[in-house]
Design a protein. Structure first.
Length: 342
């Protein structure tokens, strides 16, 4: 090195990062052709970590505080540079700062429905969204796996990868929660906890700590939403099978009337729809009347039930059991009760 080159070279004696903007996870100190003065002051703030990297090899890491750079405080770098104990000259090395602040309100969500396996319905398609928060805790892992030699690495640069990790573990979260699919919407806190537990190891492998996860919405497919509505209706009428049949009949009348009126099948279709509506209306009226009669009168009416009607009712209950609306126990109990009337 010539004398003029030596004079022009600047020796850095203060190293720090002021974090002028939000959303920066990693930042490389600008060395250019400069060298670090032996004994320079390294300032690491409370929400930061610093890491020296020498020719691609990870060296010394520093936590918050004021550090004087000597061969005693940078032992790994001293070993990599083959310095002896008397070394007191300026030196070159890459220095990276990392932000350990919590990155909050990061959004995740399913752009397309995610297929999961449910214990009641088999394969179902789920839509969900929410947010999560994380912070950087291991600069070595993060530098090796993510940021590398880039001058700056931001939250936005990492967003797509982390969102993908969240979606990747939705199936594991549903399975781990043990919550039936139809009950997910009512158990979002438990679902969020399971999603955090399932995803946290993947964040840890990147040097990140997944601080929290929330689930703000779970959308059910239309056909399963109808079953959920039926279960809500069942909850309103309780376990009384007579009241349940009244509820089912009331639900069927509008659909039958709609089919007869707008089916486009002519007079025969209109008559069929009207006849079905009238028949269902009669059944509803009879059920309502039976609900108002004394118990003795109801028992007397039950003795006159025809075998065909009993079998038809059992078949209807079998369909409800197949759809998951009735449990095996409820179906068996009602079936036994109806068979006694034959």
């Amino acid at each position: 090195m010539g004398l003029m080159d030596f004079i022009k070279k600047q020796f850095i004696d203060v190293l720090e990062w002021t974090e002028s903007g939000d959303g920066v996870l990693a930042w490389r100190f600008p060395m250019a052709d400069n060298e670090i003065q032996y004994g320079a002051a390294l300032t690491v703030r409370e929400t930061q970590l610093a890491l020296f990297v020498n020719e691609g090899k990870l060296a010394d890491q520093f936590g918050p505080g004021l550090h004087k750079l000597t061969t005693q405080t940078i032992p790994v770098l001293t070993y990599l540079q083959n310095w002896d104990k008397l070394f007191q000259s300026p030196f070159k090395s890459d220095l990276y700062f990392f932000s350990t602040r919590q990155q909050v309100d990061q959004r995740w969500g399913t752009q397309q429905p995610v297929t999961i396996r449910d214990k009641d319905f088999g394969a179902v398609r789920l839509r969900a969204f929410g947010n999560y928060s994380y912070r950087l805790v291991d600069p070595r892992k993060f530098h090796s796996a993510i940021s590398g030699t880039r001058d700056t690495y931001t939250v936005a640069d990492l967003d797509g990868q982390l969102r993908g990790l969240m979606l990747q573990h939705i199936s594991d979260a549903v399975a781990g929660s043990g919550i039936a699919f139809l009950d997910l919407a009512a158990n979002q806190v438990e679902f969020a906890q399971q999603l955090q537990a399932a995803t946290a190891p993947s964040f840890e492998a990147l040097g990140l700590l997944l601080e929290g996860v929330t689930v703000q919405n779970v959308s059910l497919p239309e056909e399963l939403q109808k079953l959920l509505d039926q279960r809500i209706g069942m909850g309103m009428v309780g376990n009384d099978m007579g009241r349940f049949m009244q509820y089912q009949t009331a639900q069927s009348i509008p659909e039958m009337a709609k089919g007869g009126a707008g089916g486009g099948s002519g007079v025969a279709g209109d008559a069929m729809g009207l006849g079905a509506g009238l028949a269902l209306g009669q059944v509803l009226a009879q059920n309502l009347a039976q609900g108002l009669q004394p118990a003795a009168a109801g028992a007397a009416a039950a003795q006159g039930v025809k075998p065909d009607e009993v079998m038809a009712t059992i078949e209807k209950l079998g369909e409800l059991k197949a759809k998951g609306i009735l449990t095996d126990e409820e179906f068996s109990a009602k079936k036994a009760e109806l068979l006694k009337k034959l």
